[in-house]
Design a protein around this ligand. Sequence first.
Ligand code: ZN
Length: 102
Amino acid sequence: MNSSNSPRHGGQAGQWGITERPIDRLLRTLEIVKPQTIKKTGAGFTALCPAHEDGNRSLSIREGDDGRVLIHCFAGCTVASVVFALGLEMRDLFANGRGGAR
Ligand SMILES: [Zn+2]
């Protein structure tokens, strides 16, 4: 039996206006596209790559220092093709993707 038991901060989203980190969004999307695939590792996560026929968790997912999502497929898929397979866009990998103007 698997009750969903995700570690999560209690409390409301404050006044930060940040609802979800890029890596959380990516993992959530991946869980929809490839259910039961995500596995936590020391440095991040591994999962079945959505961009090719993967039976071996070729996809490595990590969070970079600046909050961006780092994706690497050991079978050679490009980041763009993985993102596309998830129905996301490249900018979804970056934390500060809310308009370029500063
Ligand atoms: Zn791949």
